[in-house]
Each structure stands twice: as structure tokens, then as C-alpha cells.
Design a protein around this ligand. Sequence first.
Ligand SMILES: Cc1cc2nc3c(=O)[nH]c(=O)nc-3n(C[C@H](O)[C@H](O)[C@H](O)COP(=O)(O)OP(=O)(O)OC[C@H]3O[C@@H](n4cnc5c(N)ncnc54)[C@H](O)[C@@H]3O)c2cc1C
Ligand code: SF4
Length: 472
Amino acid sequence: MTLTPKEKMAIPPQPMPEQDPRERAHNMREVALGYSADQAKLEASRCLQCKNAPCVQGCPVRIDIPGFLRHAAEGDFSGAYDVISQASLLPAVCGRVCPQEKQCQQVCTMGKALKDVAKAVAIGRVERFCADRVRETGTAPLPEVAPATGKKVAVVGSGPAGITVAADVRRAGHQVVLFEAFHKAGGVLVYGIPEFRLPKAIVQAELDKLQGMGVEIRTNFVVGRTRKLTDLLDKDGFDAIFVGTGAGLPKFMNIEGENLVGVYSANEYLTRSNLMKAYDSDHAATPILHADRIAVLGGGNVAMDAARTALRLGAKEVHLIYRRTEKEMPARAEEVHHAREEGVQFHFLENAKRILGENGHVTGIECLRYELGEPDASGRRRPVEIPGSEFVIPMDGIIVALGNESNPLIKSTTPGLETDARGHIVADEHGRTSLPRVFAGGDIVLGAATVILAMGEGRRAAAAINQMLAET
Ligand SMILES: Cc1cc2nc3c(=O)[nH]c(=O)nc-3n(C[C@H](O)[C@H](O)[C@H](O)COP(=O)(O)OP(=O)(O)OC[C@H]3O[C@@H](n4cnc5c(N)ncnc54)[C@H](O)[C@@H]3O)c2cc1C
Ligand code: SF4
């Protein structure tokens, strides 16, 4: 049945079923439970099938959004998945963690017509449903791999950029080895983003797919330490290398008290909980801070993940301290909403001045109040401290979540590899670096960015690697 635009606009946006906040704040299970098939169909049928499809322009990898929604509206979820897969390799991941409200959904005509971005077609939720349905029913065949070319490619780092390159290069028939420093592959998808936002079984299914295609995954292998990047090319017979080592080096505030016991970087805290399964104390021996009152410093997705993890690890109070206002906070609105529902307490226009301690352990935090001044280079209004506004909040744990930088290891062990002032590898739009046969992409090039951007970079670099190998 063909619906008129007016009838489509009258269909209510389908809400995402979620675990009750009081319950979920104390378990690691996924917060958003996913649409039913009927909901996915109904939501997809809200799409107006715009001729100019602004949503496609809003998507960093240009998924044919009206195309997949058309299939989903008819209940053809595997057809929808096929359309998505032409542009995106990780739809079950992106459907969950992409900031759609700032990308495809921000420009969606339905949202504009209803004057509310929250009423845009829920593209990400339908994408998630299609990907989950195909994975759960096992109906997606492994991607075809071309006959062996005899060429060998090393992919360094197994986050979304590396996973994408490994898949696309393997499809062209080249041998691929994926090197990962940690004991488990997956990058931030596994060590950073918590289980309650992205179940690890979903990432594992993608890695299983890679292995099924013949990609070799070598963990506990730190390129730059276990083996130099140049040795992979000069001694180990690799014809090309892709570096997708991410931005895993945490930033600190460099304030008094940051070395006290009870102060963590968000990276370490989340890695202990996610990768080392500290939350599952019946099965894992990983120690982690169990504090009653925890302050999280920062306002991005990493800060939200750390704060919500702290609640799940038993903190009685979690205080998120951010020096601007909610409007400037870089975290996704949905994550802020979820954190608040779960009981995280937000302190805006405040920032840590020093961390207080006794006998080497954290006992509190001294903060300053701020007000907003003129906009800075990022366009956000600059926070200006109010002199004499110091106050102390008692705390027994602090998590510093101020963002991440790139690890300097590969740069410092690879002569001739050009990096910029912030340590990011310099690469052109095809991922080509200053060294022949060495490509790079994802957070190591962009700085801490997003999953979909890392994936998009991976796709472009893989195309360039495949082209280079076809010509040699
Ligand atoms: C806590 C957290 C939450 C986030 N939430 C979101 C979100 O909701 N939505 C979103 O879109 N983005 C989010 N991001 C950002 C997103 O995860 C990253 O932009 C993305 O993962 C970058 O992908 P990548 O492949 O470049 O690197 P990564 O995912 O960082 O993977 C790099 C991998 O390389 C490995 N590695 C590093 N050095 C070496 C070496 N020398 N040798 C071998 N291996 C090495 C690392 O161990 C790691 O596994 C979040 C990030 C964090 C930290
Ligand atoms: S902009 Fe919105 S309504 Fe238009 S095609 Fe894209 S998803 Fe559909």
C-alpha cells in the first residue's frame, strides 16, 4: 500500500524499547533493547523517499538510506541489509553508536517538517534492526574473496578502520594479517565502548566474519616494539601496510593530586571494565576501583561511558564535572539523557582545580566555578573561571575523561613517517602517508573522531591499496 506524505507524517515516531533506568544502572546488559519487526517496518515507512535525499549527504559513508528504508518498510530486512552493506561494513555497530542526530537524521526532511530532529526518521534504529536480524538468522553469506594474488598486506590496529581495511583488501584476494597490541581484537569497540551500549558479541561476530574470509588476526603484537613497521615491509615480505592504531593515549589535567590512588584515566577505567571484564568479578580477577563517590571530569562520550560504568560497578554517587554548559557538551544527547535517567549528577560550569588526598588516597576534589565568555576557535563559548569561587566536594574516586591523543610509538620507531604537531600521521585523502607502501587512517590520522569516520577512511585507504597492488 502506498502512503501519501500526509499519511506518513501522521505515523508516530517509534520509541526505542529500553531497560528500566533503575534496573539497568546496576547491570551491564544493553540499555536499548531494539525494535520489533513491526516497529522497524512502521518506522521505515515514515520515510518520504525524498528525491534529493539530504540524509545520504549527511551520512559520512553515503549509505543509500531511502533505498534501504524502502526494503525495510516492505519487511524485506535482508534486502535492506544488502543495500546498507554496499557502503558500510559495520551496520550493527553504527546503528548503535553513530551520532545520527548530528548526521543523517539532523538533515532528514521528516524531522524538518515536524520541526524536531527527534522526530526525524530513526534511520540508525532501523539500520540496527536489519543488521541484527540478518546476524541472528545467519542469512548473510560471507563476502566473496577473489582468487589469491600472492600479495600480502599488514593491517596494524583492529579498530573499525583496521577491520574495514582488512575486509576490503582480503576481498580483492590479498593475504591479510591484522596485528593488534591487546590480547583481544576490536579496538575501542571492545576496550572503550561499554557492553551496555555495544554488546561485545556483535563485534566478535564481525571479527569471526573476517577470520572466515581468511584474515589472520595476530594479537599481543605491538608494532614498533614486537616488530618495527619497516621490518614488516623490508624483512617479513608485506607488500603494503595500513596503520589504524587509533588515539589511545589519555590526556590528563596536570593538576595537583592526579597521582593519588583512586585517580584513573577513563581509558584505563573502561579498559579494565570492558576488555579485562572487571565487572564480572565471578570470572575475572581484574582489580578496579570500587568507590562510593566518584567524580568524572569531562563532557564527551567517554565521560558518559565512564560515569555510567561507575554506577554499574556500585558507586553510590557519580558526579560529572564539566566546565561549560550542557549545550556545549560534545557527548551525544541520548547518552546524556540515559546517564541522567540512571542517576549521574551533572555539575556544569565547574572544573577541578586540584585533587585532595590523605595517606596517598583521594579524599576530595577542589573545584572552581566558571562562566561563559567569548567563543573560542571551536566556536563554543570559552569558559572563564570565577576567581575566589573555590569549593570542595568529598570524593573517593576520580576519573579523568578529557579525551585522547595518538600513541607516539610508531612515529618514534619509523624514520620518515610524517606526523603533524599533534602527533597524527599525515595522510592524503587516499590514506597515503609520507612513506611508500604505508597507508594510515582512522583516529591516528583524524584525532579522536567517530566509528563511521574511521570506517570511511578505511574504505578509501583499502581502495588505494588494492589499486596500488593491482598495478605492481
Ligand atoms: C569510550 C569511548 C566511547 C566512544 N563512543 C563513541 C560513540 O558512541 N560513537 C562513535 O562513533 N565513536 C565513539 N568513540 C570514538 C570511536 O570509538 C573511535 O573514533 C574509533 O574507534 C576509531 O577507530 P580506529 O580504528 O581508528 O581506532 P581504535 O578503535 O582506537 O583501534 C585502534 C587499535 O589499534 C591498536 N594499536 C595501537 N597501537 C598499536 C600498535 N603499535 N601495534 C598494534 N596495535 C596497536 C589498539 O590497541 C586498538 O585496538 C568512542 C571512543 C571512546 C574511547
Ligand atoms: S531525508 Fe528522511 S524522509 Fe527523506 S529520504 Fe532521507 S530518511 Fe527519508
